[in-house]
Design a protein around this ligand. Structure first.
Ligand SMILES: Nc1ncnc2c1ncn2[C@@H]1O[C@H](COP(=O)(O)OP(=O)(O)O)[C@@H](O)[C@H]1O
Ligand SMILES: [Mg+2]
Length: 205
């Protein structure tokens, strides 16, 4: 039996965190051992790097390298060992987010990201990526309702987020077998049904 690696992607306010816990519950009910984790973060060092990444002004190069420093620890210390034990890993953001934010949003060349991926986790990609897509204005409204302080990314302007959304959609278009686009503008109920369908159809173990 081998575990599955599922990642959740999408712009801030799309509903990733909301659905991560729900999916973990569904899988546990079906007898799976599930690790829920997030990026940047997921390890003690990774969480410290997250704090820097979300709050400390820095250039895109440092931002990208710190993301991958955190991801390297996360992959080697937590994700890969769990998958080897046959567990499922559900991760709130992973490498596609770096293509979307640092690549699409900040304009960093894709080839640099490909090299870093190769170094950090080789050819292994998530088994399934759920991309929560929705109009920027809806995402913004949801974040505003939550009424909490905005991090360094959430404070970015609308055109940055349009590029991030676009880069995510391009990535889904380039990897249709792995990335499923979810219309995150639907009700929670509707999305849960859709996720159940996708997971059941993807299930091999
Ligand atoms: N489909 C939905 N319909 C209405 N509100 C939603 C939906 N999905 C998420 N929300 C709300 O939007 C806010 C942002 O969701 P969250 O899961 O934190 O997004 P993300 O983790 O992608 O930034 C939360 O307050 C959440 O309750
Ligand atoms: Mg979240």
């Amino acid at each position: 039996m081998s575990g599955k690696f599922i990642t959740f992607e999408g712009i801030d306010g799309a509903g990733k965190s909301t659905h991560v816990d729900w999916l973990a519950g569904v899988l546990r009910e079906r007898g799976k051992t599930v690790q829920v984790t997030r990026e940047p973060g997921g390890t003690p060092l990774g969480e410290r790097l997250r704090d820097l990444l979300l709050n400390e002004p820095m250039r895109v190069e440092a931002e990208t390298l710190l993301m991958f420093a955190a991801r390297s620890e996360h992959w080697a210390e937590r994700i890969e060992p769990a998958l080897s034990r046959g567990e499922w890993v559900i991760c709130d953001r992973f490498s596609d987010a770096t293509y979307a934010y640092q690549g699409g949003g900040r304009g960093l060349e894709k080839s640099k990201l490909q090299q870093l991926e190769q170094w950090v986790f080789g050819r292994r990609q998530p088994d399934l990526t759920l991309l929560f897509d929705l109009p920027l204005e809806v995402a913004r409204e949801r974040i505003a309702v939550a009424n909490r302080p905005l991090d360094r990314f959430e404070q970015e302007r609308a055109d940055f987020y349009q590029r991030v959304r676009q880069a995510y959609l391009e990535r889904a278009h380039a990897h249709p077998e792995r990335i499923r686009v979810i219309d995150a503008n639907n009700s929670l109920d509707h999305i849960h049904k859709q996720l159940e369908q996708i997971i059941l159809n993807n299930r091999s173990g």
